[in-house]
Design a protein around this ligand. Sequence first.
Ligand code: 2M8
Length: 443
Amino acid sequence: MRPEDMMARAAQVLRENDMGGWTRASPTLYPHQWSWDSAFIAIGLAHVDTGRAAEEMRSLLAHQWKNGKVPHIVFNPEAPPESYFPGPEHWASAAEGEASPSTPARTSGLCQPPVHAIAALRILKAAEARGEGVIEARKFLREIYPKLLAWHRYLATRRDPEESGLVTIFHPWESGTDNSPRWVPALERVEVGEMPGYERPDLNHVPDPSERPTGYEYDRFIWLVEVIKRVGCDEATLYETSPFLAKDVLASAILVRANEVLLDIAGLAGAPEDDRTQIKAWIERGHRGLNERWDPTLGLCLDYDLRAGEPLVSRTIAGFAPLIAGSADRLKTLLGILDSHAFTGSPDLRWPLPPSTSPEDPGFHPRSYWRGPVWPVMNWLLWWSLDMCGERKRAALLRDHTLAQLSDGCFGEYYEPFTGEALGSNDQSWTAAVALDWLAGKP
Ligand code: 2M8
């Protein structure tokens, strides 16, 4: 597929998933607006229409909770109840609590990794590169700055009362890497209690159930939703009671970078010095926290199970957290691991692209979601991080190989690492969005 054709197709995918001011994550499997998907989608849209890209994020942030939380899903009021589980009815009780937004309670009670500030600034950069919509983009950044600050404050306080610099999650869905081996030992410790039966519409939208999480995992996912709902999503109570309580190094690394970007946005917004001092302190704390989670044997960063009081040992792309956070002292080791057999160096791979879980990890499964397949959106995050670290050549290769993979025109949600087969949902919005960003050139 020629680059111009791929670009046109990617823009078409985003148009077809456009629900009027917001974009569904995919045509059938995900009929709602997801938090971090939306941010990546805005990055792609920025190359087509600055106003529409800003609108994507505005519509998400309109549902921000009063305590600053940006919900992981904003539900589509028009999606039939049987299209996704757990849907708005399931979350209703929790989404009507004290902290929930004043707009009608149409959100989940969870959150996802904070890529939003990164996306917001990129809208301006893309507008500047196109010489169009720059004033509008600057205005947009000034407008959303307080919301982004409140979001980061929420993560730095309610999700880190220990001031460790690391974000606590109450549910694997909050990591965005749902069934990753990252969470296996912590999930195994969750005892499922009494709850109503449920159906899984997600299985109707993939050709093979092995591409999605297992029934064992789903029972725990749904039970944890129950636990969170029962306490009205109250973070302090969940710290005491939740059977799943973990520090997420990927979300924490993203927060470090997002805080760096927030400093730039604070400058544009003419924010008070106090804000900047606070943001800088969060950045420092974040680096410190990640440093403490470094595993010298694996040469990766590891999540931490607060309930069990032990590191969660696995070899996944989340281990590259210090690279994403821009910690210079880990760069050399991490690049070595990235190039090694454990990630991109195996000659058996269809493309030298990092599987979400290392084929050398016992939890690896080449077709199962976050247990092995290659995720184009993760490659974007790594590409961006490598580029920021000055690893331009390596970043360009990662981009070019991902684009080669995407030339099948499917815009798959994820890809089998050895065969290159598209898996999960086709026409996945965030896949199309990152392709668009790459094809449009450097903003
Ligand atoms: C996947 O997660 C949802 C639950 O949030 C699901 O499986 O139903 C994950 O890949 C997540 O990272 C992503 O944001 C979402 C929508 O693309 O799908």
